[in-house]
Design a protein around this ligand. Structure first.
Ligand code: C5P
Length: 241
């Protein structure tokens, strides 16, 4: 089932301290899910999660795990003890690594008798070009590599993928609704593109088949982040076919 539009938007907490993160979350009372990435997690660690939970927020832990299956499944177990709802791992870590992580997530959900957290595979980082893939011994066709790894994500039992907006349609064609799709690179028409290159508006990305949108600066850098958030929700509501 598709999430409600307000629940589709994941706010990127791209700040360096717990204090800044909590202040930002406080300015977004209507947003539900917040993405904690490597920078903030490395600075503050899991101590950051408790205040987010007190504010009744969901956490998308974007650490892009990639290690031996035993280590990654242990890290997934540890993260889920903190009540994380979504997390990422590199699909290039291989089938067994992903399958063991999925197993850990199912077990954690069973123990907590809560909803199963979503585990998402990262296929090809958008910072890599075909020639970069060639250098590490992979085929240079980025789109083909994305589809190949997304197939492995599905076969290993993960819930979905993180991909750039331009990959959404091909993934939907190939896998239908069987994978959850999360995409950054989102810019409403009224926001500056900044360093994002191949962008889509929120409505375009959802029409293409995205389930969740990761949005940072258009919301977090707005004079009123909550108003910017609600404006995007309204645009999504109005664009619904
Ligand atoms: O501020 P902005 O909306 O560009 O933030 C997007 C978020 O998504 C950031 O946390 C960024 O690191 C992340 N991201 C991205 N592009 C990717 C992968 C992740 O913008 N290809």
């Amino acid at each position: 089932m598709s999430p409600a539009n307000a629940d589709r938007i994941i706010i990127a907490l791209d700040v360096q301290t717990k204090e800044e993160a909590i202040a930002l979350v406080g300015r977004l009372p209507d947003a539900r899910t917040f993405k904690v990435g490597l920078e903030l997690f490395t600075a503050e660690g899991p101590a950051l999660f408790r205040p987010l939970k007190v504010l009744r927020k969901d956490i998308f832990l974007d650490l892009k795990l990639h290690d031996i299956p035993n280590t990654v499944s242990g890290a997934v177990r540890s993260a889920l003890k903190h009540g994380v709802q979504m997390m990422t791992l590199h699909a290039s870590g291989g089938r067994d690594m992903m399958a063991r992580a999925a197993e850990a997530a199912r077990a954690a959900a069973g123990e907590a008798s809560g909803p199963k957290p979503l585990l998402l595979g990262v296929t090809v980082l958008t910072s890599l070009k075909g020639s970069d893939l060639g250098e590490i011994g992979q085929g240079e066709d980025v789109a083909a590599q994305v589809l190949r790894l997304a197939g492995l994500v599905k076969a290993a039992g993960l819930d979905g993928v993180v991909c750039s907006p331009r990959e959404i349609e091909a993934l939907r064609r190939e896998f239908g609704r069987e994978l959850v799709i999360v995409t950054p690179g989102i810019r409403p028409v009224w926001a500056a593109a900044q360093d994002q290159k191949r962008i889509m508006t929120p409505a375009e990305a959802v029409a293409a088949g995205a389930d969740y949108l990761v949005i940072g600066r258009p919301i977090t850098g707005a004079p009123s982040p909550n108003e910017a958030f609600l404006r995007i929700v309204e645009e999504l509501d109005q664009s619904r076919p």
